[in-house]
Write a protein that binds this ligand. Structure first.
Ligand code: ADP
Ligand code: MG
Length: 324
């Protein structure tokens, strides 16, 4: 069946998706689209419903309502076809600890029905691309955590899927392993695939993603390009000030109406200013009155983290911890 032009540009389309576990509405009318050949980040705190969504998209979990299409096909109506065109890496690896790395890859290829020749050549090139050639003969169970994650992703790519779903790919990895995995994700997209990743890590979303959706409590609270989201969260700018003597956030908030938020960070006070000019004028007035000096002052655009904190505050119910 020929798909129309717009359909071929959309990797994943979700409309009005809902899922409950008993009384808990894990997903409550979620809708979004994932463009092809991009990194799409599905961002949210723990318990937001990210894994539930990914499991439904990949046909691992049934939905209660709504529509899901992957590459123009309904995953529930066409599970075999859809699964042949996607790869999934969940939080736990499905590889065999006692099998060698190369054998794990070849065995995965076998499950996908690849010919023996194809299995061998795919395993060879993935071991190479993923920097795991010197571990080809090592049992999977003996690898470091970062290498295990890499091999699990390699296995999910054996059948050259068009979309790769990664559920919290860097969670639990040390900094260098997480960084090398992010490089790998960029290369996978450079090779023409679409990557759908979930993360609770704002830095990761900001680093990797072209488009993000922010999910809180089973609802989408924000979506778009990272830069647009930062802009939309307000003209709020962050000011970091170190004073010549100890000043509390409360001291400043009471007398500087242009400052919305104050928190202590590395010995300096970090403020969110609704208007930069007014905030600085009010800070200077405060300092003059109290006979305090500002030793250092830094101004920056809000990061995605700042945006996310504002969203959480606005949502008024989640603090980034698991919901009951
Ligand atoms: N199998 C399940 N049974 C009951 N509740 C579940 C189940 N799986 C997830 N939940 C709950 O659904 C909500 C969303 O979970 P999940 O999709 O795992 O969130 P995330 O991946 O964003 O951390 C959470 O409150 C979680 O406790
Ligand atoms: Mg999860």
């Amino acid at each position: 069946m020929r798909q129309n032009e717009s359909e071929t540009q959309v990797a994943v389309r979700v409309a009005g998706l809902s899922k409950a576990y008993g009384d808990l509405r894990a997903l409550d009318g979620v809708s979004f689209e994932v463009p092809m050949r991009r990194v799409f980040a599905y961002l949210g705190p723990n318990g937001a419903g990210k894994t539930t969504t990914i499991n439904i998209l990949c046909g691992l979990l049934e939905r209660d309502g709504g529509e899901v299409s992957i590459l123009g096909r309904d995953v529930a109506a066409d599970p075999v076809l859809v699964k042949s065109r996607i790869g999934v890496v969940t939080e736990n690896s499905n590889l065999y600890p006692e099998l060698h790395c190369r054998r794990n890859l070849e065995y995965t290829g076998e499950l996908y029905g690849l010919s023996a020749d194809r299995r061998r050549s795919r395993a060879e090139s993935l071991l190479n691309d993923f920097g795991l050639m010197d571990k080809a003969g090592a049992p999977f169970g003996t690898l470091s955590r970062g290498m295990k994650r890499r091999l699990t992703i390699a296995a999910a790519l054996m059948h050259e899927p068009e979309i790769l779903f990664l559920d919290e790919p860097t969670t639990g990895l040390d900094v260098p392993s997480a960084r090398s995995l992010r490089d790998l994700i960029r290369r996978i997209v450079g090779g023409g695939a679409t990557v759908f990743l979930t993360t609770h890590n704002l830095f990761e979303a900001e680093e990797l993603a072209d488009e993000i959706v922010v999910l809180i409590g089973g609802r989408i609270v924000e979506r778009g390009k990272v830069s647009d989201i930062k802009r939309r969260i307000g003209g709020a700018r962050c000011l970091t000030v170190s004073f010549s003597q100890s000043v509390s956030g409360g001291d400043v908030l009471g007398v500087c109406p242009a400052i919305r938020n104050a928190e202590l960070q590395d010995g300096a006070l970090k403020f969110e200013a609704s208007d930069l000019h007014d905030a600085i004028a009010q800070l200077v007035a405060f300092c003059n009155k109290e006979n305090i000096r500002m030793n250092d002052i830094g101004i920056r655009e809000p990061s995605l983290e700042d945006a996310f904190v504002s969203l959480l505050a606005g949502a008024g119910k989640s603090d980034g911890k698991d919901r009951p």
